[in-house]
Every structure is written in structure tokens, then in C-alpha cells.
Design a protein around this ligand. Structure first.
Ligand code: HEC
Length: 168
């Protein structure tokens, strides 16, 4: 048994080393001008070359990456035509919104800003007037979806330290 192992082990090691050597050699060929992914992945079961890992961005403590990704998509689909994180577009820059307004207010505002204005909510009336009384559309988003948008806004806003909120 021991003898058999001694014979098999070095032989298989040599085979693996040989395969890797061939791979590296072929890889070298493909590095310029462009790597041929299909051929590279055939190398002795080494699989395709891994994608470079992206640097993690600073996330708010209460948000995970999934929520931020969902919020990113929701923001682009519903809000981005009028809002950016750090600059005024049609509506105000949204960076720091969680520090400016309570979460319940933001939820109510996004679902129906006109209702808050009509009710005479002081902040709502002020910002509505400040932006030429242009009413935001109503959104049929769940509390969770709105929170995901806020997570995304917060995660994006964290990258800019020099943000100053718009003066009302
Ligand atoms: C058609 C343009 C438009 C779209 C789309 C839009 N908004 Fe707005 N938003 C505005 C305007 C304009 C204001 C300023 C207040 C006003 O005029 O009613 C505003 C104000 C806000 C405010 C208050 C900001 C502050 O600084 O107090 C929040 C929060 C907000 N929007 C969130 C959202 C979110 C979240 C979405 C997407 C789900 C969205 N908005 C989509 C135009 C828009």
C-alpha cells in the first residue's frame, strides 16, 4: 500500500505540474493582445480567470449590499430623472436626507408629497415653494423599497465628505 502511494503520488504531482506549466505557457501567449477566455478556461480544470475584486464601498451600518443594490435600481428607475445625490437637478440633492428629515416623514413624502403640502406640513410647504411649486409624482413604493433607496443614497453620499445641505 505504502509503495503504491509512493509511486502514484510523484507521478500525479508531475502531471499536475506539467499541466500548470503548459497553462502558464499558453496564458503567456494569450496575454497579448487579448486573452481568449474560452481557451484559458480549458487549462487543466483551472477554470476561467477570476474577475478582479471590486473595492467595497463604505456602507451605512444599517444597510447591507443587497439593499443598496436594490435601492440603486429603484432610484435609477423612479427618482434619477429629477434627483441626484450631490447636486440639484429638478429636485434637491438627496445626500444627507436621513439627517435632515425623520424616516416617517420621508416615507410619507415619497408616497404622496402633495398630501403633506395640502396638510400644511411646515417643511413640505417650504420646500414645495422653494422649488417653484413643482409637485413630485406619487410613488407606489413600499416602506422597504423607500428604505432601500435611502440606503443607496446614504451609501453614495458617504463618498463625498464635502457635502453641504441646500439652504432652505
Ligand atoms: C418629476 C420630478 C421628481 C421625481 C421623479 C422625484 N422627485 Fe423628489 N422632489 C422633486 C422636487 C421638485 C422636489 C422639491 C419639493 C417640491 O417641489 O415638491 C423634491 C423633493 C424631494 C425630497 C425632499 C428633499 C429635501 O431636501 O428635503 C425627497 C426626500 C425626495 N424628493 C425624494 C424622492 C424620491 C425618493 C424619488 C423617487 C422615488 C423622487 N423624489 C422622485 C421632484 C421629483
Amino acid at each position: 500500500m505504502k509503495n503504491l502511494l509512493e509511486i502514484i503520488m510523484p507521478a500525479s504531482l508531475t502531471a499536475v505540474a506539467g499541466a500548470i506549466a503548459v497553462c502558464l505557457f499558453t496564458l503567456g501567449d494569450h496575454l497579448t493582445p487579448e486573452p481568449a477566455a474560452a481557451e484559458v478556461s480549458n487549462c487543466a480544470g483551472m477554470g476561467p480567470l477570476p474577475e478582479p475584486v471590486k473595492q467595497a464601498q463604505s456602507l451605512p451600518s444599517n444597510a447591507d449590499a443587497t439593499a443598496v443594490a436594490a435601492g440603486d435600481a429603484l432610484f435609477k428607475g423612479n427618482c434619477a430623472q429629477c434627483h441626484a445625490i450631490n447636486e440639484v437637478v429638478v429636485g434637491p440633492a438627496l445626500a444627507g436626507i436621513r439627517k435632515r428629515r425623520p424616516e416617517a416623514w420621508i416615507q410619507a413624502w415619497v408616497k404622496n408629497s402633495g398630501k403633506l403640502v395640502a396638510r400644511g406640513d411646515e417643511y413640505a410647504v417650504k420646500i414645495f415653494n422653494q422649488y417653484q411649486q413643482q409637485q413630485m409624482p406619487t410613488f407606489q413604493l413600499s416602506d422597504q423599497e423607500i428604505n432601500q433607496i435611502l440606503d443607496y443614497v446614504e451609501a453614495s453620499g458617504n463618498q463625498y465628505m464635502a457635502y453641504a445641505p441646500a439652504q432652505p
